[in-house]
Design a protein around this ligand. Sequence first.
Ligand SMILES: [Zn+2]
Length: 204
Amino acid sequence: MVHDVMYLRYLDYVLKHKWFVFLEYIRLGIPFQGIVHDMSKFRWSEFRDYAFNFYASEKAKSDDNWNLYGDYHVWELIPWGMMYQDKFKIAWMHHQRRNPHHWEYWVNWERKGYEFPVPIPKKYLKEMLADWRAMSITQGGNTAEWYLKNQSKMLIREESREWLEKQLGVRDEAVILRKKEAIVEIEKIRRRYVQEKIQRACSD
Ligand SMILES: [Zn+2]
């Protein structure tokens, strides 16, 4: 029973999140999308793994017997050695693939090093923004600051980024930040190149 509370706590979180997203949607003029937002989180293939990952007790998560309460059937843990962290990542992957309000949905993962972001339709950009803002309300913090801190981890097509950044009021800052980060990245590659050249020269 105590263990099952994690499902209720997670349900409480999802409902609160959906409510704040709905309010944001009204602001953006797309209330219907607000109602259907994140519906897939109620599917068992997402709900259980999210609940377990965020709300299970440390005891339930402990390495040796993390399936202590039988949340998972043994056959679900094939391939052997699957941990709740793996199950959570799979659920998160399902969520991204099912929901166009996540930028990951709009990236063509062709092969390593050739990820290709495509433009995101305006209605989903609005949904993304509402999702981020609602997240800031439930978790505390400021959406613009959160975006600036995390922007380089997101693969978003430039024109879609521009719209999002203008809405957040951080367009200029974000562009400068990206340029600075690109310079640091180029410098790292240059150093690695020089290092490799020296090593090659020494081993000849
Ligand atoms: Zn979502």
